[in-house]
Design a protein around this ligand. Sequence first.
Ligand code: HXC
Length: 259
Amino acid sequence: MAYNNILVSVHDQHIGIVMLNRPKQLNALNPELMTELGAALLAFDADEQIGCIIITGNEKAFAAGADIPTMAQFDFAQVYKADFVTKNWETIRQIRKPVIAAVSGFALGGGCELAMMCDFIIAADNALFGQPEIKLGIIPGAGGTQRLPRAVGKSKAMDMILTARTMKAQEAQEAGLVSRVVSLEQLMPECLQAASTICGYSQLAVMAAKESVNRSFESSLSDGIMYERRLFHALFGTLDQKEGMDAFVNKRIPTFKNQ
Ligand code: HXC
């Protein structure tokens, strides 16, 4: 598939990078961009060489939200029939390899929601998060009312969604939305370092860990713990578990084969 709204590259053979690329519109997310993003993510997920994926924007904007002029033309019948959002926004939920959001600048509306769909967020100190949809006469529609309260708690999520106030990187980190804050120059090096660390581990263990953490949002504690326990047990059937533990015991660096 040819991409017109994103730039796709591979770093160091194992890290897939998707850069949102509509700079004039502050990376506003239109249906074409989201379809391309979904295709790129699926291609990286299917590629044996790729161990981790990074989604990023540019210095000024990760993404300033869904494309407002496009949405302005929609009516209820259109969005309902086309299943707007569900159809081409949430492909990322199918991705089994880790996806890091490298966020600088605006992450507003659908941009904040896209970042929250990633497995964790590393932010530059100029990042700004918000769900300003209320100003447009709508509400967040790509998971903002569900993922934000899970990340930052009810009070702060209600405050952001009802007043449309934004949150700077530091506050977002203190609230638990963001995992690390670094300088703008350090954003990609930090994300690449995190991705490279992940790529050094057993892909089977990495995928199981992601699956198990995600399960915690979908299940009771005892069901989640049972799910974790079964995956934990299953990993004892892998060569990578033998390799990892043997390497520790023999004081050497493990070489995982993803088997
Ligand atoms: C389309 C957008 C856009 C958007 C910015 N632009 N945000 N175009 N959709 N969401 C365009 C502007 O129209 C402008 O184009 C150019 O990007 C630069 O923006 P400026 O406003 O001139 O920049 P600045 O003054 O720095 O202000 C930046 C900003 C502001 C604070 C981010 O642009 C803004 O408030 N944008 C809207 C943010 C928003 O409401 N997001 C939520 C959308 S709803 P021109 O051609 O004029 O130069 C949403 C729902 C998701 O996301 C639900 C699931 C789909």
